[in-house]
Ligand binder design. Structure first.
Ligand code: ZN
Length: 410
């Protein structure tokens, strides 16, 4: 059995009185977290929960008026955050060159930070069925505050329906405020059987992600699927135009509008990604191996956009591509399928027929790949999908880390 965890973000609604109670609770909670954080910082980074609880529990209850459960949650929130920071520091060692020019690394520890971690955003952690609970199948949640329980309603877009089908369990939620709107971030967990059989997948599908085509797919029967990005590019360009106008204004109301637009844009892209991943999973059914490029450390080049748009687009696309990957990775679990991430090196430069790797064979201007060795030519997005498919077949035949070109040995 394996587990899949996803955070669902519910937009919740309540009246002024409810919002006031939320504000009071989250401010108080953040203050308590900052108090604990300072203590942790000043006392040699005690991250042992029991020890910290022993030292601070009654203190916090007295000074901040938090209930027992909230006090414990605040302690947990702070220790968890420091553990994350510790991990991040460990992963990014201090790097310098010594006199001979050799690169040296020093592992960073928490002692490297110069001030306590700050909890700026109003927030509170709510334990399921104690601090918050769903009210019988309706769109209503009952939320505990410092004074009394508050009933809230929440938006339930269609793409959230499956979270409420009884197969997911919900964990400790975070109540947060963004632009005067309240949200509950709830981690949802689902267990599934990990039964994808790698040796005999029923389909192998390469998926190339791009701008002109959001996805180009290629499978073992030689079928190519193009999922146009035209509509998205068009919508995106109009978003960018409005955005530029608002940005140049720079007024408070322009900034507010800007935020609203980004939100709308994100929701819309999310919807597109849901549809795309659903389409693929439906189309190929059980035990399919989907192959996508690993986007970590990949930069996108865009010939058709100016520099200003480029930066914006890059940001959106890396986010949108990552989201598509997330959705697909989750959805395939219901069909015992699998998403394989592979090194994307040379997937746009390699001839899928004769295997020659040559950068100049890709003609960006006409979106064609033309092999100078064997003469094979095809749409360049399709070439990417074909090569990803090829890496998938290498994986099926036993190569656990398939890639083209020379292998680096470190
Ligand atoms: Zn060739």
């Amino acid at each position: 059995m394996a587990e899949y965890v996803k955070t669902i973000k519910l937009h919740i609604h309540t009246d002024d009185a409810g919002r006031l109670l939320f504000k009071e609770m989250t401010d108080c909670y953040a203050d308590a977290c900052n108090y604990i954080s300072k203590y942790v910082f000043d006392n040699g980074f005690i991250l042992n929960f029991m020890k910290l609880q022993e030292k601070l529990y009654s203190d916090i209850r007295d000074s901040f008026g938090l209930k027992s459960q909230f006090t414990i949650s605040a302690l947990k929130t702070v220790t968890a955050r420091y553990k994350t920071v510790k991990e991040q520091l460990f992963q990014h060692p201090y790097k310098y060159q010594d006199e001979s020019g050799k690169w040296c690394y020093i592992t960073k520890t928490l002692e490297w930070i110069t001030k306590p971690v700050v909890f700026k955003r109003p927030q509170a952690d709510l334990v399921r069925n104690r601090d918050y609970s769903f009210v019988n199948d309706s769109n209503t949640i009952s939320v505990n505050t410092l004074k009394k329980r508050v009933k809230v309603t929440f938006d339930k877009p269609e793409c959230f329906d499956h979270y409420f089908d009884g197969t997911w369990s919900f964990g400790t939620a975070k109540l947060v405020c963004l632009n005067n709107e309240w949200y509950l971030h709830i981690p949802a967990t689902k267990e599934y059987d990990d039964t994808f059989s790698k040796d005999k997948p029923s389909h192998v599908v390469g998926i190339d992600r791009g701008l002109r085509f959001l996805m180009t797919t290629y499978d073992e029967k030689g079928n190519t699927g193009f999922y146009s990005g035209k509509e998205i590019l068009k919508k995106r360009t109009s978003f960018l135009k409005v955005r530029a106008e608002l940005q140049s204004k720079g007024t408070k109301s322009a900034k507010r509008k800007l935020k609203a637009i980004s939100g709308r844009e994100n929701r819309w892209m999310t919807d597109v990604n849901h549809r795309l991943s659903k389409t693929l999973v439906k189309r190929y059914g059980r035990n399919t191996l989907f192959v996508i490029e690993d986007l970590t450390d990949v930069s996108f080049d865009d010939k058709n956009l100016n520099t200003w748009n480029k930066a914006q687009n890059c940001e959106l696309r890396s986010w949108a591509f990552y989201q598509l990957e997330q959705f697909l990775s989750y959805k395939v679990k219901e069909t015992d399928s699998f998403v394989l991430k592979v090194d994307a090196s040379y997937t746009s430069q390699r001839c899928p027929k004769c295997g020659r790797i040559h950068k100049l064979n890709r003609h960006h201007d006409i979106h064609e790949y033309i092999c100078d060795a064997c003469g094979y030519h095809s749409n360049d997005d399709r070439i990417g999908a074909m090569n990803l498919y090829e890496l998938g077949t290498m994986y099926v035949s036993g190569d656990t880390n398939p890639r083209f070109g020379s292998r680096k040995i470190d």
